[in-house]
Design a protein around this ligand. Structure first.
Ligand SMILES: C[S@@+](CC[C@H](N)C(=O)[O-])C[C@H]1O[C@@H](n2cnc3c(N)ncnc32)[C@H](O)[C@@H]1O
Length: 410
């Protein structure tokens, strides 16, 4: 919850997201704004103290209180998401800009790839400057532009006077040779835009504009790969995960792709990368000691077999993404199979009771089961935390839903 100004001076509403104007940014960047921010940043601003804190800010800074409180709250949130980029505790944001900002480890990963390409970079949708800050961390010369003057003014503050920034439409290039980085807006007025035509700027026009340049364009992780290919994109699609969740799919033009690589999964938590140029021979066999649920980036990039081949795993079924093996890949959380039963609630309940099951984690793939509803019906009462992996083995009439009762490795 954040503060929002309404039309009545002196009145404050609690809601999500405050609109900042150019005047607000000028104030926040001024000496008096900075000292007001220092004061408000020192307030606790917790749910318990919020009313008193806002009253204190209002008493001192009048109508400026909402932008000050909002900025103080956004700075705290930014430390988690962008901390690795430097002193973001002094940056300026809007709520939406912070939500849209690439998390620092992901931005640094992209910057690292660009550094290896060795070219100058133009971030054509630079917003408040996150990716430019990451590029600066890895020592790349970069300039930025954005269509939104408020975000640009914030970027100027965040990156310092030396940063090369200008207001420009990404569809009207203002640089000639630099590699272009773009991260089209996929959220507007608080709503997510899933269709690539609704990206701002649109993905098709963006690819057309920079067809003769090298580029990296950040897209939604759920983007339809076929649709991207239909737009004439022939380079690499890199799906990146961080902290167990898939963050983005990035389109890398041909000159920035790995040789022969069209799909890549980058699992930042483990520093692991798999591509479609890696071997993908992987047998289909019954479960061994462990079941492995591959990282979402590997699944989304369609590289489950490549991942299995690398780690000497095999598939339980050719169409299902669960893998099995006698050893876990390093750093991976896996499920040691204790018992296998045909998936039937009564049989499963008995198996769980016999194993003294308490807390129960349920993973499902290829079978219509709502894990939460099933957990509620099974209601295990024992002491031992266990996991159940429910999946379909075999297809058509030969297919049978199967439950593996497991112990998670951690
Ligand atoms: C998702 S945000 C970029 C976030 C940024 N990469 C970061 O990590 O902070 C998208 C940005 O694109 C900008 N934008 C939208 N349409 C544009 C256009 N036609 N030309 C330039 N910028 C545009 C928006 O103002 C917004 O700042």
């Amino acid at each position: 919850m954040v503060l929002q100004r309404d039309g009545h001076r002196g009145q404050t509403l609690l809601s999500a997201g405050l609109r900042f104007g150019g005047d607000d940014v000028s104030y926040l960047r001024s000496e008096s704004g900075a000292s007001a921010l220092a004061f408000v940043g020192g307030l606790e601003l917790t749910e318990a103290t919020r009313v008193a804190d806002v009253a204190a800010a209002r008493a001192r800074f009048g109508d400026r209180a909402p932008v000050l409180v909002e900025t103080a709250l956004l700075r705290r949130r930014a430390l988690q998401k962008l901390g690795e980029l430097g002193d973001v505790g002094n940056w300026l944001f809007t709520d939406e800009a912070l939500q849209q900002a690439t998390a620092a480890p992901v931005a640094l990963h992209r910057a690292g790839r660009l550094a290896r390409a060795g070219a100058a970079v133009h971030d054509a949708t630079c917003s408040i400057g996150t990716e430019l800050a990451a590029l600066s961390v890895v020592g790349i010369r970069a300039v930025g532009s954005d269509i939104d003057p408020v975000r640009l003014a914030m970027a100027r503050h965040n990156l310092g006077a030396a940063a090369g920034l200008c207001r420009a439409d990404a569809l009207r290039p203002v640089t000639r040779d630099a590699v272009v980085v773009a991260d089209p807006g996929r959220r507007h007025g608080g709503r997510r835009r899933l269709r690539v035509d609704d990206y701002q700027p649109g993905l098709g026009p963006l690819i057309d504009t920079y067809r003769d340049r090298e580029f990296a364009v950040k897209c939604s992780p759920g983007i339809d790969f076929e649709q991207v290919r239909r737009l004439g994109f022939g380079g690499e699609i890199e799906v990146t995960s961080y902290r167990g969740s898939v963050r983005e799919a990035c389109l890398w033009s041909g000159g920035l792709s790995g040789p022969g690589v069209r799909r890549r999964a980058s699992v930042l938590d483990r520093g692991e990368q798999i591509t479609d140029s890696d071997p993908d021979e992987c047998p289909v066999r019954p479960a061994g000691r462990w079941i492995v649920d591959p990282d979402g980036a590997v699944i989304r990039a369609g590289l489950v077999r490549h991942y299995a081949a690398r780690h000497a795993l095999w598939q339980l079924d050719p169409d299902i993404a669960y893998l099995s093996g006698d050893r876990l890949p390093p750093g991976v959380r896996g499920f040691e199979v204790l018992e296998r039963v045909a998936f039937d609630e009564r049989k499963l309940r008995r198996a769980l009771a016999a194993l003294d099951c308490g807390a129960l984690e349920i993973l499902v793939r290829g079978v219509r089961v709502d894990p939460d509803a099933l957990r509620g019906r099974l209601r295990p009462r024992g002491q031992r935390p266990l996991s159940v992996v429910i999946t379909r083995i075999g297809s058509g009439a030969a297919g049978h839903p199967t439950a593996f009762v497991c112990r998670a490795s951690r």
